[in-house]
Write a protein that binds this ligand. Structure first.
Ligand code: SF4
Length: 191
């Protein structure tokens, strides 16, 4: 064994990276944000176009559009949210696993757009927490990619290990009887 094996070896320079666990996990997360495509109107066409080769959303690790909320990380609300759809949208958001994010794509999803109507929700942020708003009617795929990059920046700043520790601590916490028993069945008596 030579002493050089313990010292600096320029031949392996570039193969070894030192970082913090939090930074590595955040990097994995931000580059694999799988969308839940909530296409509700015309903006959805631009959302679809972002997956085409001209724009190539795969460059950002987000080409895997999951139509299952349990496999999605970011809900992209693309289009007009009517009150009729709002309940379904909220239910799908609730079914997505933590951590999860939301992008409001376009004027309609962000504010109701030009529809000042009794049938249209005036901004999807009244039912789900929105992380990134994208302006435009419709926004171009480049604008969506810009919004995605902004979300990636936000995700990169979120602590991962601390959150996981808090979640596991909560899971391991002794269960306190918080439930309320309503309508307890009366004791059965036999004559
Ligand atoms: S913002 Fe414009 S393009 Fe997008 S859903 Fe509304 S009307 Fe259609």
């Amino acid at each position: 064994m030579t002493t050089t094996e313990f010292g600096y070896n320029s031949k392996i320079e570039g193969d070894v990276v030192f970082t913090q666990l939090d930074a590595a996990l955040a990097w994995f997360r931000e580059n694999s944000l799988w969308p839940m495509p909530m296409g509700l109107a015309c903006c959805a066409i631009e959302l679809m176009a972002s997956g085409a080769s001209r724009f190539d959303i795969a460059r950002f690790g987000s080409e895997v559009m999951r139509f299952s909320p349990r496999q999605s990380d970011v809900m992209i609300v693309a289009g007009t949210v009517t009150y009729k759809m709002a309940g379904a949208l909220k239910r799908i958001y609730d079914q997505m696993a933590e951590p999860k994010w939301v992008i409001a794509m376009g004027a309609c999803a962000s504010t109701g757009g030009m529809y000042r109507s009794y049938a249209v929700l005036q901004g999807v942020d009244s039912i789900v927490p929105v992380d990134v708003y994208i302006a435009g009617c419709p926004p171009r795929p480049e604008a969506l990619l810009d919004g995605l990059m902004k979300l990636q920046k936000k995700v990169s700043r979120q602590p991962v290990v601390k959150d996981l520790m808090i979640t596991s601590a909560l899971r391991g916490a002794p269960k306190t009887p918080t439930g309320v028993v309503v309508g307890q069945a009366p004791a059965v008596t036999h004559a």
